[in-house]
Design a protein around this ligand. Structure first.
Ligand code: ADP
Ligand code: ASP
Ligand code: MG
Length: 272
């Protein structure tokens, strides 16, 4: 079984959801899918997670967040409509908007909803089960993931033979409150799922064909590196190559699970 994670750009619109489905259909071992919130569709566009943080700040300082919340709502309802899904997220989004305006939603719960709604839509599109990250990613009081408890919980939630979609980026504190990783943390959720389920490989699907020899936003067309060791990868992420969250490596490394970084927009490229 393979665990796959799709980043924000792979979840940005209905066209990207179709690419994700094609990738999954191409290999029936790709049974577990961890997703990010919708990312940018084009340069100058907004990441859903950024809009959610902005929404929280508006409410905190007493400014009406309706215009921003409506942008969030329409991003998700557009995907739902384009893909002709049976699921209707409108009532849940409406309810969230009311609770946010009434200051009933914590910052972490609010920003986690980007991944939550992505996963709901993707599960409906694929006909996979939705497994909430809050039901298995368990944080201890010190904010560290309790690996043993989390792995056992995910193992217990899986239905053999059935695909599952899991929202990245968050889990739950011992009292049930939503707690998030730092930015880019959906990579960690994917790694935890791979370790919990003893996956054959953890595939991290993004918008570049693996680890590149330079940051492509600075250098034009850098070559991709076919293979790196976990040590080299950790070194690279600590020193700022922002392709993977630095917390991704530990769970898969500990279980000797290979990590394959791939490009959703160029699925035939073997990546790193
Ligand atoms: P995702 O949304 O899929 O998690 P990220 O934006 O977090 O994707 O990470 C992928 C981005 O990392 C690439 O689009 C690229 O701009 C950037 N990046 C920076 N340095 C590197 C590198 N050395 N190799 C690959 N990508 C890099
Ligand atoms: N959506 C979150 C962020 O923008 C987590 C992630 O994409 O990995 O940081
Ligand atoms: Mg990322």
């Amino acid at each position: 079984m393979k665990v796959t994670k799709f980043g924000g750009s792979s979840m940005a619109d209905a066209g990207q959801y179709r690419k994700v489905r094609d990738i999954l259909l191409a290999d029936p071992d790709r049974k577990v899918v961890v997703v990010s919130a919708a990312g940018k569709r084009f340069s100058g566009d907004h990441k859903l997670t950024d809009l959610l943080y902005l929404c929280y700040s508006h409410v905190k300082y007493g400014v009406d967040c309706s215009p921003i919340f409506d942008m969030i709502t329409s991003r998700y309802l557009d995907i739902q409509k384009d893909l002709n899904l049976n699921l209707d997220l409108a009532p849940e989004l409406e309810d969230l908007k009311k609770r946010v305006a009434a200051k009933q939603v914590s910052r972490e719960e609010l920003v986690s909803r980007g991944e939550y709604f992505s996963a709901k839509l993707m599960a409906s599109y694929l006909g996979f089960r939705f497994i909430d990250a809050a039901d298995w990613v368990c944080f201890d009081m010190d904010g560290k993931v309790n690996l043993e408890k989390s792995y056992a919980a995910l193992q217990g939630l899986m239905t053999p033979g059935m695909g599952a979609v899991i929202p990245g980026f968050y889990g739950a504190m011992p009292d049930g409150a939503i707690h998030t990783f730092s930015r880019g943390g959906s990579d960690i959720t994917g790694s935890l799922a791979a370790a919990a389920l003893d996956a054959e490989v953890y595939e991290n699907w993004t918008d570049v064909s693996g680890i590149l020899m330079a940051d492509p936003r600075i250098v034009d067309d850098p070559l991709s590196i076919p293979e790196v060791t976990y040590d080299e990868l950790r070194e690279l992420s600590y020193s700022g190559a922002q392709v993977l969250h630095e917390g991704t490596i530990f769970p898969v490394r500990e279980k000797n699970i290979p990590l394959n970084i791939r490009n959703t927009n160029d699925p035939d490229h073997p990546g790193t």
